[in-house]
Structure formats: C-alpha cells, structure tokens
Ligand binder design. Structure first.
Ligand code: ADP
Length: 360
C-alpha cells in the first residue's frame, strides 16, 4: 500500500521522530505498529489527513478502528433524500431551511447575531419523517451526514461509547459542513436520576454534552440533530443545547395522499382516481408516514396475489398482465396494516410542544 495522502501527495515523515520511523499513519495517531492496520483502516485515515499528510489534531490519540467505524458505518456518503421526497411538513421544512440550510450554505452571512444554533431537536411519533428530514438537510446543504442511534451507543458499544462519541465528533469536524443525526437521543440525554444511572452512561452523556459545547462555541460547520419520540425524557441540559425543537406530527390527509401517489408512481403503478385516493386518505386518519408506506406495500401486492390465485405461475407472470392497484387493494391492506401510534400518545407530544417546542 503506497504511503501517500488522499490527494496523492507524498506523506512526509514526522520531523520530530527523524528517519523513517514516523512515516506511518499509525504513528500519527498512537504508538501502535502500522503493520497492525489493515488496508481499509489505513485508507480511512489517509482520507482524513490534511494536505500536509498529517492527521488533524482531534483525531490523534483516537483508536483507528473507531475512526474507521465512524467513516464506514456511521457516515452516510449518499443520504439521497431531497425535500420533495418528504410529503407535507411544510412548516418544519420552512423552519429548517432558514435555521439550518442557509447557515450551512452561507456561513459568511450567518455570523454574529445571525449565528445559528448548532442543536436541533425533531420530536414526534415514530415513522413521521424525522430521519428523512435529517438526510434531506445534509443533501440540500451539501453536508456530510452521520447517522447514529443513541441506543446503540449504550447497548452495542458498552464501555466504549465515550470514545466512539469523540471519534464521531472528530471525524465530523474534519468533514465539514457536517450533520450529525442522533436517533433516539432520549436514551443518551435522559433525565433519569443520577444515582440510578449507570456510571458509564453518565460518563457517555457528559462526553456528549462536552462535544456539543465544543462545537457550539467554535466556528465549526457542524450541526447536531437529535430525534426522539420520547421528548419528555430529555433533561434540562439537553433541552438547553438543542435550542430549536420542532414538532414533527403525523401526516395530514394531503400528505398521506402524496405518500401514496409518490410511492406507487416510483414504480409506475399509480392509476388511482383522485376520488379513490381521497377515500384512502379518509380511511387512514392516524396513520404515520411509515404506516402509509407499509400500507402501500401491502396494497401493491393485491394484483400479484390475484394473478397467482387465478392459477398463473409466478415464473410465467408478465408484468403487463397484472391489473392496476385499486381502492379495493387498499381496503384489504387496511385490515392487515393498522396505525402504530395511539391517539393518547399524540396528546403527550402536543403538550410538550406547547411547553418546549419552537413555534417558528
Ligand atoms: P422517523 O425518523 O420519524 O421515525 P423516518 O424518517 O425513518 O421516520 O420514516 C420512515 C419511513 O416512512 C421513510 O423511509 C418513508 O418511507 C416513510 N415516511 C415517513 N414520513 C414521511 C413523509 N413525511 N413523507 C414521505 N415518506 C415518509
């Protein structure tokens, strides 16, 4: 593997070490032997090196495998969601554009009293498009997107969560502008009593708040988005750092119509009349965006199931012989796919929104 930087520059040896001893990626991170790094780890590190071939300060002393994990598993190189993919949520889109996308695109204008908050909370029932918004922000602002579920930090990375958090913020800072999306942020920043709290999760929480504080005070182009469907679990410190808090509600009936149309259209299957689509929307009051997706999936199986029932073999079935998806398919699917959010839960979100939500 050639010892060259990402842009093909020759990577000079570390001066202070003298000789060739410092001419390894690993020696710029820790004292570990370079031979222990496999090629994929080395590539990740090379990419993060500056034009001088040096690893940025923040990444030194971090374990290479954690940097690699962040680069390969948490960083999403192609979030691939655009604003138009998200049905409804006009208010949230407008707020996010002004609060987040413009500042990421024009940091020179959003300074001083225009300087934006670096923490955004998206709260509301599950499956309403919070993750989609995070990805769309990264796409629209041409930012690198990092996705992590906070519960994986506490369950999968037991005892190492703190180090992974440092690696995450470190890599994000090297890939600015960046958006760090933390799903289920309540499991990380909850207000559980400290005596009942596990020591390691308390440390993890502290580390996380320190990292947030760090980029909040600097000029970093890094935005943290937390998503939760249990906002009431967040403590005061978390709320203080997540300065904008946007309620992402269940989709309106127009948004549900839009989801049905978009999903079927993607596969060239949309042939419902406006009237039938309106009926579907009426029958799906209380369905989340992800419930709608499951419903469309199930309904779109209707024509296929019918063809097979009529005795056509799956191997001989021609796409053009299948009938279009109908209202009846949706009515059948409604028996199978039930709404996942209860009416009572909605009251909790609305109450929390009144108390802590950002209305503009
Ligand atoms: P959340 O993060 O709020 O739990 P997601 O953003 O992961 O929900 O949404 C899950 C899936 O549900 C998406 O991949 C998408 O197919 C569908 N979905 C949810 N909300 C919307 C929406 N507003 N517009 C279009 N699709 C949506």
């Amino acid at each position: 593997f050639p010892r060259r930087g990402f842009r093909g520059n020759f990577v000079p040896p570390i001066k202070s070490n003298g000789g060739n001893a410092g001419n390894t990626i690993s020696s710029r991170i820790s004292e570990k032997n370079d031979d222990l790094l496999d090629d994929s780890t080395r590539i990740c590190l090379e990419i993060l090196c500056g034009p001088d071939g040096e690893l940025p300060e923040k990444l030194r002393n971090l374990e290479p495998r954690l940097i690699e994990h962040v680069s390969n598993e948490i960083m999403d190189k192609d979030p691939n969601v655009r604003w138009n993919d998200i049905a409804g949520l006009e208010h949230a889109k407008k707020c996010v554009t002004e609060m987040v996308i413009w500042p990421l695109l024009r940091p020179d204008i959003f300074r001083g009293c225009r300087s934006p908050g670096r923490g955004l909370l998206l709260f509301g029932p599950p499956g309403t498009g919070k993750t989609m918004i995070g990805k769309a922000i990264a796409g629209e602002a041409k930012a690198t997107f990092f996705y992590i579920s906070a519960s994986s930090l506490t369950s999968k990375w037991i005892g190492e969560g703190e180090k992974l958090v440092r690696a995450l913020f470190g890599v994000a800072s090297c890939r600015q502008p960046a958006v760090i999306f933390v799903d289920e942020i309540d499991s990380l920043l909850s207000q559980r009593k400290s005596d009942g709290e596990h020591e390691s999760s308390r440390r993890l929480k502290t580390q996380f708040l320190i990292e947030m504080e760090g980029f909040d005070s600097g000029n970093e182009q890094v935005l943290l988005i937390g998503a939760t469907n249990r906002p009431q679990e967040l403590d005061e410190a978390a709320r203080r750092r997540l300065t904008k808090r946007l309620y992402i509600p269940l989709p309106s009936s127009e948004a549900r119509a839009c989801i049905v149309r978009n999903l079927l259209d993607k596969d060239g299957l949309f042939q419902l009349s406006d009237e039938d689509n309106a009926t579907i929307c009426m029958l799906t009051e209380g369905y989340s965006g992800s419930d709608m997706k499951n419903l469309v999936k199930d309904a779109s199986m209707g024509p296929l199931r019918e063809a097979l029932r009529l005795g056509i073999e799956i191997t001989k079935l021609k796409k053009e012989d299948m009938r279009p998806v109908t209202l009846q398919d949706f009515e059948n699917a409604l028996q199978e796919v039930r709404p996942s959010v209860s009416f009572n839960e909605l009251g909790t979100y609305e109450e929390w929104n009144r108390q802590f939500g950002s209305l503009s």
